[in-house]
Ligand binder design. Structure first.
Ligand SMILES: [Mg+2]
Length: 414
């Protein structure tokens, strides 16, 4: 029996803003001014009925006194690092799940369930005292249960699910709220009359077999029954995150050129991930100005991927949060993180859609061509400007007599 804890920062971005600026404390704060959509709402704002899913217009109508501030992802990332390192003082088995969430395996740190609860309470109070914001915390014998428990009593709650209380605890969790069952999988279960996590765990193996539920569903079912199936330490493979960054000169103000530079970096980092047979569940991209200030955006992905086209579609939507017209930039970079092995991937439990499989085949072909004929033989159209510029200044590797044939693939074009 394992003891697994999940920490989830309450209104994380808005709370960090309140820690950094005392004038914002105790007030309804909404972050996301730069993109015109809320990225986080403070606990006070939630009490006034605001939520992250609203538009800024709705926010202003419902709550004219709300204070709308731009996101500061650098600060959030620093707080996240601090959170992980505090938890690591207790155990090396920490999974950095997202910018405001992590799991830790506490097994063997105590002798009884109440002993584990004590350990959790002390980590929780250390986190809250040193970071200045509160956490929703869940303790259970599997990651899936711990994640559900941390949500059960927000904000600042601590919910412990000792093994004997699993039936009672799961009875109140709608099936859609279960980790990995949020989408089509949850709907599919609902159609079979499984409305809550509790309904699901009363089913048995023959029932799963009869409805052709494969390993992915069975793993969730086992996790909900208290068995720890999801592993810790995906970092054991040696790659926790990968980054690719490049400075260009002269600096540029052109949005399309800068996007193209970033696109080239995204392609490179994705190729690296594919060589390691990993996919990323999160990314941070940044632009660096001529004055050496960094502007970064972090994105969590619902489905891990190493497809540059997919990452660029996400980046495209958020690019204007960091790009400011008429400011000269000199570098772009991307970090992909929360890497998971290709084989261990479990997202859409129905398996990949045909279109996704089709894209996988294209990417595999691209990798083979680039391996055989050299890097950047095939690339995304969005990287075109950056690569053409590289060709103007012949590099050492691009010797006379060796011409690279650039074939842009259809991708995100700016
Ligand atoms: Mg949170």
């Amino acid at each position: 029996m394992r003891a697994i804890v999940h920490f989830d920062g309450d209104s994380f971005f808005a709370s960090v803003e309140q820690v950094l600026n005392y004038r914002l404390r105790g007030k309804p704060i909404v972050t996301g001014a730069e993109r015109g959509a809320p990225t986080s709402v403070s606990i006070e704002a939630k009490r006034l009925g605001l939520s992250r899913g609203m538009s800024m217009r709705e926010v202003k109508i419902r709550c004219p006194q709300a204070i709308i501030v731009p996101s500061n992802y650098m600060a959030y990332a620093i707080f996240a690092q601090r959170m992980y390192s505090i938890v690591r003082q207790y155990t090396p088995a920490v999974d950095e799940y997202s910018i405001d969430e992590c799991f830790a395996d506490l097994t063997d740190l105590a002798e009884s369930w109440s002993g584990y609860e004590e350990v959790v309470r002390s980590i929780k109070s250390e986190l809250e005292n040193s970071l200045g914001l509160t956490f929703g915390v869940g303790l259970a014998s599997s990651k899936t249960l711990a994640k559900a428990a941390s949500k059960a009593n927000k904000p600042a709650g601590f919910t412990s699910v000792p093994p004997e209380q699993i039936p009672e605890f799961t009875a109140n969790i709608p099936i859609h709220h279960v980790w990995n069952l949020g989408g089509a999988s949850g709907t599919h279960l609902e159609k079979l009359g499984v409305m809550t996590a509790g309904d699901f765990i009363t089913k048995d193996d023959p029932w799963l077999a009869m409805h052709r539920f494969g390993k992915a569903y069975r793993d969730v079912w086992l996790e909900l029954r208290g068995h720890a199936i999801k592993r810790f330490g995906e970092k054991r493979s040696g790659v926790g995150s990968l980054m690719h960054t490049r400075t260009f000169s002269p600096p540029s103000e052109s949005r399309s050129f800068i996007f193209s530079q970033l696109s080239k970096n995204v392609e490179a980092v994705c190729a690296k991930a594919r060589r390691h047979h990993m996919r990323a569940a999160g990314l941070t991209f940044y632009l660096k100005t001529q004055e050496f200030t960094y502007h970064a955006v972090s994105i969590e992905l619902t489905t891990p991927t190493a497809d540059p086209g997919e990452l660029l579609a996400h980046i495209d939507r958020r690019f204007d949060e960091v790009y400011v017209p008429k400011v000269p930039y000199r570098a772009t970079g991307i970090t992909i993180r929360s890497l998971v092995p290709e084989a261990a991937q479990m997202d859409d439990l129905f398996g990949m859609a045909e279109s996704a499989r089709e894209r996988e085949r294209i990417i595999e072909t691209v990798d083979r061509v680039n391996h055989k004929y050299g890097r950047n033989t095939l690339f995304l159209a969005s990287s075109f400007q950056a690569l053409v510029k590289d060709q103007v200044k012949p590099s050492k590797s691009n010797k006379v007599g060796h011409r690279t044939l650039h074939i842009p693939l259809v991708g995100v074009v700016q």
